[in-house]
Design a protein around this ligand. Sequence first.
Ligand SMILES: Nc1ncnc2c1ncn2[C@@H]1O[C@H](COP(=O)(O)OP(=O)(O)OP(=O)(O)O)[C@@H](O)[C@H]1O
Ligand SMILES: [Mg+2]
Length: 269
Amino acid sequence: MAEQPPLIEAEDLEVRYPDGTLALYDVTFTIAAPTFMAIIGPNGSGKSTLLKTMLGLLKPTKGTLKVLGYDVTEEYKAIRHLVRYVPQRDHIEPTVPMKIKDIVLMGRLLKKPPPRFASRKDVQCARDALRRVDLVDFWNHPFSALSGGQRQRVLVARALASEGDIMILDEPLSGADHSSQTRIVEALREYYAEHQVNIIMVTHDLNPIHMVVKDVLMLNQTVMGIGHPCEIMDLELLKQVYGPMAHIVTMHGHKYCITHDSGVDHHDH
Ligand SMILES: Nc1ncnc2c1ncn2[C@@H]1O[C@H](COP(=O)(O)OP(=O)(O)OP(=O)(O)O)[C@@H](O)[C@H]1O
Ligand SMILES: [Mg+2]
């Protein structure tokens, strides 16, 4: 079997916004595929910028970035074809009169040429995805009637129902309470175990996914650390990135970080 190219290969990457803001610099790292990985770092550390650059929505101002061997500048169309993306703030207005099934089916229909009718297989995939996040009974419910955590679960289901080798989720746990967070993490873990997909998840708080991710990339405009979740739990490194209040607790042989940011996702509205 031919060896798979790395999931992400960054070489001296720099990304600057048109207004001159330097978001990422000297970024060099490689992550092998397949993986379930986390990208962590404080606010403004360039996590969403890296995802947008991977999707060709922003151009590198220096260096190169490849996704499964495709260059983000030259071959972004091939990358977008492979990706299912859950943006940090989805543009679906909570007031939009859409049913849950419409939102989940949208993940599949948008990849089809018009006229976009849902086939039996589309419906099956959408129902299976909603079952994974425990919302299949809400099939005909309006999206606007859901809580913040339930909405996040629907958006994750839309990605699960869709197709493509790379699933990219920008803070899918944000605004979700503990039980919704657990449901999302468990659904992703199960899906990853069953399918050979790559999952890239941006998160403020590594703790809820510490046990399920294979690789962690810690950013603060540049690469601060990369490795397995326990390897990256270095106190000096955490203090450097998150400030002097950061500390590490060990539980059942695993290291968890407590930072100013931990738990922010639960309270942010
Ligand atoms: N459209 C934009 N124009 C100019 N600067 C931007 C733009 N979007 C983001 N930035 C800046 O780029 C830097 C990185 O932002 P980015 O959104 O990638 O951070 P992040 O790690 O995703 O943060 P958060 O945890 O708050 O989501 C920040 O300094 C931010 O202010
Ligand atoms: Mg972000």
